[in-house]
Design a protein around this ligand. Structure first.
Ligand code: MG
Length: 399
């Protein structure tokens, strides 16, 4: 008797378009492995990511609001789940590989430091202030996400990292400086750094995760911004993309404007805005695909970006981003906490650099001290970083 029910499709055999990433044509793993009996290579990647230590840490890492500021704000974990949800919706209707999209989306922020962008900027400054080849490389969270899945996870007996497929790693490395791409190219000729030197595109699944990331954070940052009280629905009237759906919702449900109606108006306007952006991406991308008709993922890689908004939606999304930047990310109260978060990261960096033995043993014994310190700090959750800072300085900067 067969071990598998005969009605099950072979692993990875779904209705994929010719321009999608087909698991059977994957460019493979750095350490070759026997295929899994019931899962495609990208399902396997997704599962490895979900079981990783770095993935579990995302629960306690800041997206915009520091993790301890409220239980309902997005964290890197819930953000990554929302990116995966949006990405899979679009992938299914374009015939792209949903498993690959999910794998990339769940891994895309694994390299983020504690305290969001403030933490990453502080760590980048610290690394750059050192002497030696690492100084030039600085700290880039995209590259760090790749380091997490390639090197830093310790789960398998035969190799470091998660040994993910090329296509998943290609999607994780969303941006990369030319200097860092050249280094990657030396270690892995023709590998994931190559496209930044050649200026070609990644797969459509990777392009999709990039846009799904933007759609997700624009929407959830409105929600979290209003929840925090730092931005108001009145202020948001200046953002046409949101205002259109707020007005449409109110026309249909006028009672939602009444005091005591709660947040349903906000949620419904965001829901409609999200749907509209998803439909827009699908329409604009279908038009681009009809026009250039790529016959394979390699053809996709040599064309201009195909996964896109319409020009009108691109303009409106940029306006929304600018609004959030000015009114939320640069809000004095956000700036004050992020200022202290930077101080925590800077002081931790200096202390570990001077006294590497204060770090966990696997980092303490590494000869490349500044990079080991950066890896150790980058892996921390917000609350672990605060506890370590308090242990080493006696000060509690954020509580
Ligand atoms: Mg993200």
């Amino acid at each position: 008797m067969s071990a598998l029910p005969l009605s099950l499709p072979a692993p990875g055999e779904q209705a994929l378009a010719p321009y999608a990433c087909h698991p059977s044509q994957s460019r493979g793993r750095r350490h070759p492995e026997v295929p899994a009996p019931t899962r495609s290579e990208f399902q396997r990647d997704r599962d490895r990511i979900v079981h990783s230590t770095a993935f579990r840490r995302l629960v306690y890492k800041t997206q915009v609001f520091l993790n301890h500021e409220g239980d309902l704000f997005r964290t890197r974990m819930t953000h990554s789940l929302e990116v995966a949800q949006l990405g899979r919706s679009v992938a299914r209707s374009l015939g792209l590989n949903e498993d690959l999209v999910e794998a990339i989306a769940l891994a895309h922020d694994l390299g983020h430091t504690p305290f969001g962008h403030a933490g990453q900027d502080a760590l980048d400054e610290c690394v750059r202030a050192q002497q030696g080849p690492d100084a030039e490389a600085g700290f880039e969270h995209n590259l760090q996400s790749l380091r997490v899945v390639d090197e830093l996870e310790e789960r398998y007996p035969r190799y470091n990292g998660l040994n993910l497929s090329f296509e998943t790693r290609e999607g994780i490395l969303k941006h990369c400086s030319a200097a860092n791409a050249r280094k990657l190219e030396q270690r892995e000729p023709g590998g994931v750094g190559h496209r930044f030197l050649e200026r070609t595109q990644p797969s459509l699944e990777a392009q999709l995760c990039n846009l799904a990331d933007e759609i997700a954070y624009n929407a959830h940052d409105i929600d979290d911004g209003v929840r925090s009280g730092l931005i108001t629905l009145d202020q948001l009237q200046a953002v046409p993309l949101f205002e259109r759906f707020r007005q449409q919702t109110l026309d249909e449900f006028p009672t939602l404007a009444e005091p005591g109606a709660g947040r349903r108006l906000l949620y419904e306007a965001i829901r409609r805005m999200l749907s509209q952006q998803v439909y827009d991406v699908i329409d604009a991308t279908r038009a681009a695909l009809d026009h250039s008709a790529p016959a394979s993922v390699d053809a996709v890689r040599h064309l201009p970006p195909l996964l896109c908004f319409t020009p009108a939606m691109r303009a409106e999304s940029t306006q929304l981003k600018q609004f959030l930047f000015k009114n939320l990310y640069r809000h004095p109260s956000v700036m004050e906490t992020t200022g202290r978060a930077r101080q925590v990261v800077r002081e931790l960096f200096d202390i570990y650099l001077a006294r590497p033995a204060e770090m966990r043993e696997r980092f303490a014994r590494r000869p490349d001290v500044p990079r080991a310190v950066a890896d150790f700090i980058a892996g921390m959750t917000d609350r672990f970083a605060l506890r370590e800072h308090e242990r080493l300085t006696g000060q509690r900067l954020l509580s």
